[in-house]
Design a protein around this ligand. Structure first.
Ligand SMILES: *[C@@H]1O[C@H](CO)[C@@H](O)[C@H](O)[C@H]1NC(C)=O
Length: 432
């Protein structure tokens, strides 16, 4: 069943352009048909229409022999019959194509996709008992995608899930702090995707599970020299293989301090479960932002749906078709436009379908902002609040600050070594 769900994936880039070419061809055909119908209301072959045929025969009668004209009449009649037959067939073909075009425009392959996702039909059941599907079925693992990686993952993963980080030499120091904390907490299932030889050696010498990504065209350059954002784009391409192999991945930047095992704090009910860039209940979990336009009088208040973006540096992604489609969409857009991967990631996750666009509609869950804490929450709120200060986060992500290494060390001092004033020297934001 799961294996058959590959068809909808094809629809992305190639499908729509092929669809529009077909639509164009059909449109040209219909237009030609209309023009012909207008110019030649009696069919393309007007000189042979019955009236003219009769008129022609009458005028000819005077000068030609009757037997000759009746022979000619028969010939013309049969010609006429075959031509009007062809005409009818053409009309039918145009009709068929019009119907097909309409269907294509209205439903595309939605119905088929729905069928594939929902499978059996169910009755709705009584009020209040209805729950829609947000935990999509996982794909059938496909080892042929990367047998070498499949072997590594068999050893590293626990219950088919693991933490994954991409790293090159630019982030070596942070990577060290990253895996030191993971080891201290005692998390066994994590893996570093080494983007250069130095990081591979570094991991091996520290007994950190490492996978050296074999390089393909274009990938290599970004991997070696890319800054933070460029490398962030790569991860969507790398991630795909892990999901195809049937693993759930907790994707992690390296500027993250682990304080508890995150796998003890996941819901696992959505395609994507992500840390938020939000800093309070509203911004992290969503709110109705009322926009005021007084000139509209009675209707001056416009309600808008708002949520702070998901952090694409720390999210848990289940191996489902919507998840893999998400990765493909993001990787495809990053390959073709100059954009920030986190912005693209969120646009694909949140924009609904609208004219000319099919939304992804993957299921999403926002992680608890105090358990999976960004550095704005920590430095703006938590460190100043006596109650919140006592909470032990699962991870702290230094995403909001450029002096990452120092703040990571301070977080360790504060939460691990109990140094109560370790966070005090830092300003809320950066000093530029
Ligand atoms: C935020 O939401 C949680 C529950 O989701 C609630 O317990 C808490 O009081 C809320 N905080 C504020 C400041 O409203």
């Amino acid at each position: 069943m799961a294996g058959r769900r590959e068809a909808p994936l094809m629809r992305g880039a190639g499908g729509s352009s092929r669809g529009s070419r077909i639509a164009m061809a059909v449109a040209i055909g219909i237009t030609l048909g209309c023009v012909c119908a207008f110019l030649f209301p009696d069919g393309l072959f007007r000189p042979h229409s019955p009236q003219e045929l009769n008129a022609g025969l009458k005028s000819k009668r005077g000068s030609s022999a009757p037997c000759e004209s009746s022979e000619r009449t028969n010939m013309l009649k049969s010609e006429l019959a075959s031509l009007s037959e062809k005409n009818a067939e053409l009309k039918k073909q145009i009709n068929d194509l019009t119907v097909k075009l309409q269907l294509a425009e209205q439903g595309k392959d939605q119905a088929q996709k729905q069928f594939l996702v929902l499978g059996q039909q169910h009755k709705a059941g009584p009020f209040g008992t209805v729950k829609s599907l947000r935990t999509n079925p996982t794909v059938l693992p496909d080892e042929s995608v990367n047998p070498g990686l499949a072997k590594i993952l068999e050893k590293v993963a626990v219950r088919k899930e693991l933490i994954l980080a991409l790293a090159n030499s630019n982030v070596k120091e942070m990577l060290q702090l990253w895996f030191e904390n993971i080891k201290r907490v005692g998390i066994p299932n994590y893996l570093v995707v080494a983007l250069d030889d130095d990081i591979e050696k570094f991991c091996n010498s520290n007994e950190v599970p490492v996978y050296r990504r074999s390089l393909d065209e274009g990938f290599d350059d970004i991997a070696k020299t890319g800054g933070n954002h460029a490398v962030s784009g790569l991860k969507f391409r790398v991630l795909r293989e892990f999901l195809q192999l049937g693993y759930s991945i907790l994707l992690s930047d390296v500027d993250i301090v682990y304080l508890q095992n995150p796998f003890d704090h996941l819901y696992r009910d959505s395609d994507v479960e992500s840390m938020s860039d939000g800093h309070n209940n509203m911004t992290a979990y969503g709110y109705n932002d009322v926009f005021d336009e007084p000139s509209m009088g009675w209707a001056r208040y416009a309600h808008t749906m708002r949520i702070w973006v998901y952090n694409s540096g720390f999210f848990y992604i289940r191996p489902t078709i919507p998840s893999i489609e998400l990765l493909d969409r993001v990787a495809n857009r990053l390959a073709h436009e100059k954009a920030w991967d986190q912005a693209v990631f969120n646009e694909e996750l949140f924009y609904p379908s609208h004219p000319g666009y099919d939304g992804l509609h993957a299921s999403r869950r926002t992680m608890d902002m105090y358990q999976f804490m960004n550095s704005k929450v920590l430095f703006k709120t938590v460190r100043k609040d006596a109650q919140l200060k006592k909470l032990m986060p699962v991870v702290v992500h230094l995403n909001y600050h450029p002096d990452k290494l120092f703040r990571m060390k301070a977080v360790v001092e504060f939460y691990v070594n109990g140094k109560q004033d370790a966070l005090d020297p830092f300003p809320d934001g950066s000093d530029w």
